[in-house]
Design a protein around this ligand. Structure first.
Ligand SMILES: Nc1ncnc2c1ncn2[C@@H]1O[C@H](COP(=O)(O)OP(=O)(O)OP(=O)(O)O)[C@@H](O)[C@H]1O
Length: 402
């Protein structure tokens, strides 16, 4: 089509009579009007179509968001073919052929870990296993916690050292007498009482790698992978011998069986079975020791407490007055204290506090001095800190422990 009127080819010859020229122009005008009408109709149709697609897009985006929000299961791609991907779901090992979108197809290859929804459609590709491991396991070559950093808990520490440290440092002692050293130690008691510290200190003492895994992360964050991660945990321990494996919140994987048969429970069961079988199949004299911890001893499945598994159960209570005095001393080692600070008195006034609470009081006392522009921390700073902790709106978890 031409852009300017000058370019338009006229529907008549120059020499034609005026009347015929007018007629020809009128005819041309009719045709153009008709074409214009048609084009307007087409434009309207296109607009309507556009609206329809826009709505569809919104619906799909919403659907997509919903799919990503509902619980997803983990699977591994076994094979890619023209019809889609063959995936194997973790946990139940169920295999399925599922369609994949063109976008996802580029991102997938056999061995890739994917998240699938209830109808086993792939929703997204997941990070590599190494990343997951790193998120669930904390590996410390030789932690910087010593026995001298732990206040009170002398009896507990002696028992932990006997069961964990002795077999690692003097395996011959057990060989000579002909007994198997206890394989695992279970520490139980309120939060913040030094369970993790003890496990770290014993790893440091024996120059062992400290490998920590939290039970709750295992079952809540990585659905379908619990059993595999437990297997990985022990493999990492074997690769890092000597090692102390610390399983925190073991109640999350080893709680009493509930009656409900939800898939979540089945998953937890599988994780626990894997843990039991790893512990049973363990070479007791290997350089790997297991320490587990729980705040909910009452919830534990008895299976985990059978001899040969965690056969030393050690209660780690809140510190008594003497223990609190020591913990105050430990956590103020680097502090600039005024002469009036008296830990025995503070310990008397801080009944019911856990080790972690005492530590919090020392930090808070330091904050009072800073706010006051002082470099020396006084007895009244500690008293203020104690009072603040007492009245804090935040519920103190260690005190809600039944
Ligand atoms: N007996 C203690 N001596 C010195 N410090 C302690 C003691 N108990 C707790 N703490 C302090 O509290 C912090 C938390 O303690 P820790 O992580 O060992 O507690 P936990 O019993 O493992 O708690 P949770 O059950 O919450 O994991 C420690 O890093 C330490 O600073």
């Amino acid at each position: 089509m031409s852009d300017t009127v000058d370019d338009v080819e006229l529907p008549y010859e120059e020499g034609e009579p005026q009347q015929e020229k007018i007629e020809a122009l009128r005819e041309r005008l009719d045709v153009l009007e008709e074409q214009n009408e048609e084009m307007r109709d087409e434009l309207l149709d296109a607009n309507a179509e556009n609206n329809k697609y826009q709505q569809k897009l919104e619906r799909l985006t919403h659907e997509n968001k919903k799919l990503k929000q509902s619980p997803l299961f983990v699977a591994t791609v076994q094979e890619m073919n023209d019809r889609g991907a063959i995936i194997k779901q973790h946990g139940n090992n169920q295999e399925a052929l599922t369609e994949v979108t063109e976008e996802l197809r580029e991102d997938l290859e056999p061995g890739a870990r994917v998240a699938v929804n209830n109808s086993l459609s792939i929703v997204k590709r997941l990070n590599d296993e190494a990343d997951v491991r790193a998120q669930v396991m904390q590996v410390e070559e030789s932690p910087s916690v010593g026995y001298e950093d732990i206040g009170g808990l002398e009896d507990q520490l002696r028992e932990v050292r006997e069961t964990v440290e002795l077999p690692m440092e003097n395996p011959d002692l057990f060989d000579n007498v002909g007994i198997q050293p206890p394989s695992g130690v279970l520490l139980y008691g309120p939060p913040g009482t030094g369970k993790t510290m003890m496990a770290k200190a014993v790893a440091a003492q024996t120059d062992a790698t400290f490998i920590k895994m939290a039970g709750s992360e295992l079952v809540h964050k990585f659905i379908g992978e619990g059993a595999k991660l437990v297997r990985d945990l022990f493999q990492v321990a074997r690769d890092h011998e000597p090692a102390v494996v610390f399983i925190d919140e073991i109640d999350a994987i080893a709680s009493k069986r509930t009656d409900s048969k939800t898939s979540g429970d089945a998953e937890v069961q599988r994780t626990m079975m894997q843990l039991l079988s790893e512990m049973d199949g363990f070479d007791e004299r290997g350089d790997i020791r297991i320490i587990a911890a729980t705040n909910r001893f009452d919830m534990l499945d008895r299976a985990i407490l059978r001899p040969g598994r965690f056969d030393r159960l050690i209660e780690v209570p809140k510190p008594d007055e003497v223990g609190r005095t020591k913990i105050f001393e430990i956590h103020t080692r680097g502090m600039n204290l005024a002469d009036d600070v008296d830990f025995a008195t503070l310990a008397r006034e801080s009944e019911e506090l856990s080790g972690a609470d005492v530590k919090a009081v020392t930090t808070e006392a330091g904050m009072y001095a800073i706010r006051d522009d002082r470099t020396e921390v006084t007895m009244s700073d500690f008293r203020n800190a104690l009072e603040k902790l007492d009245h804090d709106d935040e519920p103190d978890i260690s005190r809600t422990f039944a």
